[in-house]
Design a protein around this ligand. Structure first.
Ligand code: MN
Length: 302
């Protein structure tokens, strides 16, 4: 099952390039709560699933709207946290000249308030710093998880989506460099765990203005999605709707004003955003030239 948010907090099922609005029926069925409707759906998915299957089976063909007629929104707007892997592919560890990977570094947090809708615009805040794309495969937690084992972790995953961990290079802390507003595009929708199958063999590709920059498969993750969630659950409890992003492979490179960035995650879909430097100002901190050394910028022809 593919579950999208669109328009003004509508929820839809996605199939064959079309979306079926199931918001009203879900809202009538799910318990009230101080969270987004999609988080309530995730938390109560076992109960809601038969309703969704029934709605999908019974809807008139005309009720399925073409996806290009709706504005997609970030699939979970209000996770309690976004947990991210710092160095989780060996080729990225090598290109960043990092001594350590996730097994020594642990995780970092990205602010949940900086999620960006599919089709949105990443706003570069500073005119004098390097900002890179990072293509990532992310999971969304379905059931509360605390101190779970890797084997248990899979049963706590609701589904998967694409995520870009946009990053300022330099010596400032990761929470600063990765938590600028708009720096976490996510989507285009959620694919449920049973629909996607194993998270350990999923291809992803990222292009900038049509030029391929990153290409990887999650089988090359140092810590798999399940192992990473299991580890992170020894630090903090995970709630339904929380986001865990698994890290980026080699090929990170700068994004600039006017760029069009596309992330394709196999079995999920295409997450596309634009980039602007409008309003950028000089950076107030002096971390440029410190920190992990990123790869040289590719020439414009890639
Ligand atoms: Mn990252």
């Amino acid at each position: 099952m593919r579950i999208a948010r669109f328009g003004d907090d509508r929820i839809g099922l996605v199939r064959d390039g079309r979306v079926l609005d199931v918001t009203d029926q879900l809202a009538a069925r799910l318990p009230l709560g101080p969270y987004s409707l999609v988080r309530r759906l995730i938390a109560d998915f076992a109960a809601a699933r038969p309703l969704l299957e029934e709605l999908a089976g019974e809807a008139e063909p005309m009720a399925w709207l073409p996806l290009d007629q709706v504005r997609l929104r970030v699939p979970v707007p209000d996770p309690t946290k976004i947990v991210a892997a710092p160095v989780n592919y060996r080729d990225h560890q090598a290109e960043m000249n990092e001594d350590f990977h996730i097994g020594a570094l642990g995780f970092f947090l990205k602010s949940p308030s900086l999620l960006l809708d599919p089709g949105g615009t990443v706003r570069l805040p500073y005119s004098d710093r390097r900002f890179d794309h990072e293509a990532e495969f992310a999971l969304v937690v379905g059931r509360r998880a605390r101190h779970v084992t890797p084997a248990q972790a899979l049963s706590h995953i609701f589904g998967y989506t694409g995520l870009m961990d946009i990053t300022m290079r330099g010596g400032e802390g990761r929470s600063t460099r990765k938590s600028f507003d708009t720096f976490t595009p996510m989507g285009p929708w959620l694919v449920t765990a049973n629909e996607l199958g194993s998270p350990d063999d999923v291809g992803l590709e990222l292009t900038v203005n049509g030029t391929l920059r990153q290409k990887a498969n999650t089988q090359d993750l140092i810590w798999s999605a399940a192992r990473f969630l299991a580890y992170a659950s020894t630090v903090t409890v995970f709630e339904p709707g929380d986001v865990v992003t698994t890290g980026t492979p080699a090929g990170v490179a700068p994004v600039q004003d006017g760029d069009a960035v596309e992330l394709v995650v196999d079995l999920v879909g295409v997450l596309a955003v634009d980039v602007t430097a409008e309003g950028a100002v000089p950076c107030p901190t002096d971390g440029a030239g410190r920190g992990p050394v990123p790869p040289p910028e590719p020439d414009s022809q890639g």
